[in-house]
Design a protein around this ligand. Sequence first.
Ligand code: NAD
Ligand code: MG
Length: 382
Amino acid sequence: MTEKLSILGSTGSIGTQALDVCEKAGIKVAALTANSNSDLLEKQARKFHPEKVALSDEKAAAALRLKLRDTDIKVLAGRSGVCECAQQETADTVLNGIVGMAGLEPTLCALKAKKGLALANKETLVAGGSLVMRTAKENGISVLPVDSEHSAIFQCLQGMNKKAELKSIILTASGGPFFGKTREELKSVTVAEALRHPNWSMGAKITVDSATMMNKGLELIEAVWLFDVLPSEIQIVVHRESVVHSLIEYTDNSVIAQLGVPDMRIPIQYALTYPERIPSPVRRLSLAEYGSLTFREPDYETFRCIDLCRRAIEKGGLYPAIANGANEKANELFRNGKVSFLDVAELVEAALESVSSKENYSLSDVLEADKAAREFVESHVR
Ligand code: NAD
Ligand code: MG
């Protein structure tokens, strides 16, 4: 059970919910970091009294230093400041709720300082999976999932006798705001429509990833690394209600699921209290209130990102980093009105065909592949 936590990305959707969990569970806060939101980070610092805070944006960090000058909280700046917070001595655990590749080095910093790692930042596990898992192993750390599907699988696996008995993992997908739409209908969907997720309130990047279903592709790769399974051992099923958070199938065809109302505070809290459980502020699940739960095959032809990710992890090496980097850029361009919704999958596919990969990679290889994939996408926008 975590006693003192550092939260990276504390001003975001995951970060603010993690602080809510800390407050209710009595978990102390050692350090908080964000990108540039100095107003919210100041409020959080005054309320939770961390020893250190950091903003990656240097100007915003200077403003925060002024705001907090009447306190003894140390204010750090830039990437090195975020890493220093990830290594804050007084914390036993780090929760990484940064969005995108900016989370990779902080994850490695936390692991090298032998902190427990509660990981929401899926992009970096997708891009640098072997690097992250190897660093965790070398430092004797198990990576605890925060993503709801992976927390569900992790919870189901608690009853497993031995690995050979696991046959497959079944990831559930809400299908996002555009479930059931044809490619023709998707040609003209807007950013505002893509940001209207039916079940979850999340940051803009992951909400768009849910609309393209790239999120499920990223989660497939995330599951390969977290649970050491083959891509072919992972199935995906669309489940509109987001109540069954994922399932595992054993060799005897018995299937175990984890259920709950869609509220990220359950998986966040489990990652922090594991292996224990404590009461939570989240609503109880009433199955009778739902009445029925539905399950369907995904429409892989319309939502092509799932298969693109499956192919990327099957090919291995830097392909997942290329898919992720291309998607981060294409997702941003879509949100800024620069490309259409359907362009996102096309740009990811084109990047996978053009940017070169290699088998065994270092941190600098991952960062280079990410950069090359982003540049490819930028240069191919009409
Ligand atoms: P968000 O956009 O709401 O918050 C992102 C946080 O990261 C903010 O605190 C921001 O300041 C910080 N950040 C952004 N860029 C940064 C940079 N360059 N350097 C340092 N910090 C930076 O995002 P979110 O929805 O909270 O998602 C965070 C991560 O958790 C993502 O990887 C996402 O896929 C994953 N996740 C989120 C949810 C959810 O419900 N929100 C569910 C599952 C997984
Ligand atoms: Mg998820």
